[in-house]
Design a binder for this molecule. Structure first.
Ligand code: ANZ
Length: 787
């Protein structure tokens, strides 16, 4: 069998497509648009490994298909180039982050091109390019100028290794998402975007999106909406003070046997003149060093300290102790709770440990604590009421000390960083430290290059001697630029907008371009981006929408996640695990088409699959067979099996639409295996429907063996004729204890239960098999009733 020479044909067709500008978007405005997005890569020093191209290949197959179906497809690529890993790598290697980025980008470009992905390279963008980050800074500016960005002193997550602040979303299990170092809490002046203002819209907007349910649930959970009430308790020891708690269970008020305030609240009270005991002060200091999320998740045993002061339960008018404990968070609700140990797990644990009272107030059998709703007991005049009734009374303002309240878990998005390789904040402080944004005419604020990025705890930009030049002249004496940079999640929160109009110097994108392409129709992205990028991008879109810059208010209509590719050891493929397969070597040995087809053949697109290099060579053998067969059949005559061909076209078309790529490959293999002496008729349609998967080989056969002069990707997708797709039927022998009693006609592949039912529907046969005890069924051949 003749082997095709992938090293000759793959670069040849890549060059031909590029020279013709075949994949440029927006050439034919009469066609319906499709905007297909995949996460733009972070050009790391390690390059791509064989796990990365799975999502890219799936995208490329889809967009090549949609182009052949008549869509004008926008399928862009760019570099998420700013960021800490590059900066850290550059410091270690003794080169500038710019140089490291340029090298990495060159390597990634070569790798992606070697796969033959059909990007519109003319729209290439790079977040570290001043022409791009000018608009990142502009977005910051309009958010600040409109009150959506602000500076606040507060506790932030600090990574002592990377010497920078991290967003809540970047802290996983109390550790730095990037380097795994345990996070500290540090009090700093930091910049935030008011994502909390959009909590309700971020939540309700999810309902209309075609996203995986688990991803929507992840965002809902992160936003964390709770409906309940605020209840105010007087303080016995201070007649002029009170404490307000937030509760989702105001119905349990009669069971509130103590109150707990957060260490943050306690600290505030101290600042306002409360003379707390030494043990309380010591406890506060210890707890403030822990991260908020790890406290909320309640890791470890409960700790706390008696404050020595008391509150008066407004319903019972009884006095209850106030404790300070770090399972209550300063930044959530009111930073104070009423503890109902009988109906709350955490309060129960705490009460048990410190010997505090437990009063059941919701009826029900079984062990305490129980969070179940029910009829109230031991609750004075509330006896017999329910949660709904109490909420109704509170919203009708029946009690002066209670009102309804909605609360969200999501916190504002921290966006300022103290490292080098990012977009400088476009902020100027006046002589009194009051911030303002730089004028649009002065954008971009260029990242200075006279800086040593080595972390010292001071932002590297503070060491530049040129960075502050001209600032005082323009913005007044004593004015200074901010020396912080924006988190790279700000860069990536809007890049899909820039692709619509990537070289626009007057706006982040023209409204015409946005109208033409947005929203993104399909976004292929890893599931790990649920609570970070996917949430931030939705927020930026909603903020721009509210400010009148874009018409849509959701950026991504459909999201799909690719499954992970595991190494041959069954672990996630990653450089740190040492189990990566290098795609360069695979492409060198087998060619890009083989790797692409193998990555799709491995298993269902959204599921994890393990690498198997034998599978790669198996796919290559199939492609050689396909090529050889096409060469031979191209000049021969024969009778085409139209049933098989139409069935294949139908199957592949349906499977591409729902991203079932693995079965496309297996159906094509099966088709070739069953191919008789059918002449040349099968080649053109079969090659067309395989072209998205194996674009180079398909083009070679199309233009080479079949002698066409235009690209196969300018062809239309083949249609099938349903009348040609007859279900094949088979005669199946019906036996009783091995003796033939008749036959039934069944569709090929009929399952056993249907076969038995068909036999039973025939009165004569039904009698013949009466009283059998078991069935032996050989699909398409025999059904034997035994006993
Ligand atoms: C009394 C109560 C009784 C509660 C009961 C629950 C069950 P979500 O919003 O769903 O997380 N809470 C309020 N503020 C808190 C804070 N700053 N730190 C830690 N916990 C806090 O749950 C809200 C519930 O979490 C509130 O309702 C409060 O406990 C607690 F049978 O109040 B509950």
């Amino acid at each position: 069998m003749e082997r095709y020479d992938h090293k000759a044909i793959e670069p040849k067709w890549q060059k031909s497509w590029e020279e013709q500008g075949l994949f440029a978007a927006g050439k034919e405005s009469s066609r319906p648009k499709k905007y297909w997005l995949e996460t733009f890569p972070y050009p790391s020093g390690a390059g791509l490994h064989a796990g990365h191209p799975r999502g890219y290949t799936a995208s490329d197959i889809s967009v090549r298909y949609f182009r052949m179906k008549g869509f004008d497809v926008l399928y862009p690529i760019g570099w998420d180039a700013f960021g800490l890993p590059t900066e850290n790598y550059a410091i270690k290697a003794g080169i500038s982050p710019q140089k490291a980025t340029d090298d990495n980008v060159a390597n990634f470009t070569r790798q992606l091109k070697s796969f033959g992905f059909s990007y519109d390279w003319s729209r290439l963008l790079n977040t570290s390019d001043p022409a791009y980050y000018k608009w990142t800074q502009w977005i910051f500016k309009i958010l600040f100028d409109n009150g959506y960005a602000y500076q606040k002193e507060g506790y932030v997550n600090w990574c002592p290794k990377d010497q920078t602040v991290l967003a809540n979303e970047q802290v996983v299990d109390g550790k730095c998402e990037r380097c795994g170092t345990v996070i500290e809490q540090k009090k700093m002046n930091q910049w935030f975007f008011k994502i909390t203002d959009f909590a309700e819209e971020l939540l309700s907007g999810l309902d209309q999106l075609d996203w995986p349910e688990s991803t929507k649930a992840g965002q809902r959970n992160w936003i964390g909406k709770s409906e309940g009430a605020e209840i105010t308790f007087a303080i016995s020891e201070f007649s002029d003070r009170s404490v307000t708690v937030f509760t989702t269970r105001p119905d349990t008020l009669w069971g509130a046997t103590f109150l707990v305030i957060s260490p943050e609240t306690a600290q505030e009270w101290i600042a306002n003149g409360w003379e707390a005991e030494a043990a309380v002060v010591e406890y506060i200091q210890k707890s403030l060093a822990k991260t908020q999320r790890s406290r909320l998740e309640g890791a470890g045993e409960k700790t706390g300290v008696d404050s020595g002061i008391h509150a008066i339960n407004p319903a019972t008018t009884k006095q209850v102790p106030i404790w300070v404990a770090d399972y209550v968070l300063g930044g959530y609700g009111t930073g104070a709770i009423m503890a109902v140990p009988a109906h709350d797990e955490r309060d129960f644990e705490f009460a048990k440990k410190f010997g505090l009272g437990v009063t059941q107030v919701v009826s029900g059998e079984g062990e305490l604590p129980t969070a179940a709703h029910g009829v109230l007991i031991n609750s004075g005049e509330w006896d017999g009421l329910t949660f709904e009734k109490v909420m109704e009374e509170i919203s009708a303002s029946k009690y002066s000390w209670a009102k309804t309240r909605v609360q969200y878990k999501i916190r504002d998005w921290s966006v300022s960083r103290q490292r080098y390789w990012g977009a400088p904040l476009p902020v100027i402080y006046d002589k009194d430290g009051k911030p303002r944004t730089v004028e649009v005419a002065d954008l971009p604020v260029l990242l200075p290059t006279d800086v040593d990025a080595t972390p010292t705890g001071e932002p590297p930009l503070s060491k530049s001697v040129t960075f502050q030049n001209g600032v005082e002249e323009k913005y007044g004496e004593g004015s200074m630029r901010s020396v912080e940079t924006l988190d790279t999640f700000v860069d990536s929160a809007w890049y899909y907008l820039r692709y619509c109009d990537p070289s626009n110097g007057e706006a982040f994108a023209s409204s015409d371009a946005l109208k033409k392409w947005m929203p993104v129709d399909t976004y292929i992205i890893g599931a790990e981006h649920t609570n970070m990028h996917l949430l931030y991008a939705r927020y930026i879109t909603k903020a721009l929408h509210k400010l009148g810059y874009v018409e849509f208010n959701e950026p991504f209509l459909k999201v799909r996640h690719q499954g992970l590719i595991m190494g041959t050891d069954g672990e996630k493929m990653s450089k740190s695990r040492g189990n990566v397969i290098n795609p360069d070597e695979l492409i060198e040995q087998y060619g890009a088409d083989t790797v692409r087809m193998y990555e799709m053949f491995m298993g269902p697109f959204d599921q994890a699959v393990a690498w198997d290099t034998n599978g790669v060579s198996g796919v290559r053998k199939f492609l050689d067979r396909l090529y050889g067969r096409a060469l031979i059949d191209a000049t021969s005559a024969g009778e085409l099996n139209e049933g098989n061909l139409n069935r294949l076209i139908k199957k592949v078309t349906e499977d591409i639409e729902v991203m079932k790529f693995n079965t496309i490959v297996s159906s094509a293999m099966e088709y070739l295996n069953n191919l008789g002496e059918e002449g040349s008729g099968w080649i053109a349609p079969v090659i067309k429907i395989l072209a998205p998967v194996i674009p180079h080989l398909a083009e070679e056969i199309w233009q080479g063996a079949l002698g066409n002069t235009k690209s196969i990707f300018e062809e239309s997708w083949p249609t099938y004729d349903p009348s040609k797709i007859k279900t094949e039927t088979v005669e199946v022998a019906v036996q009783r204890n091995g003796k033939l009693r008749g036959t039934v006609t069944l569709a090929s592949g009929t399952p056993e239960a249907v076969a038995v039912a068909t036999v039973n529907a025939d009165t004569k046969l039904a009698t013949a098999i009466e009283g059998h005890s078991r069935v032996v069924y050989v699909t398409d051949k025999i059904i034997n009733f035994v006993g």
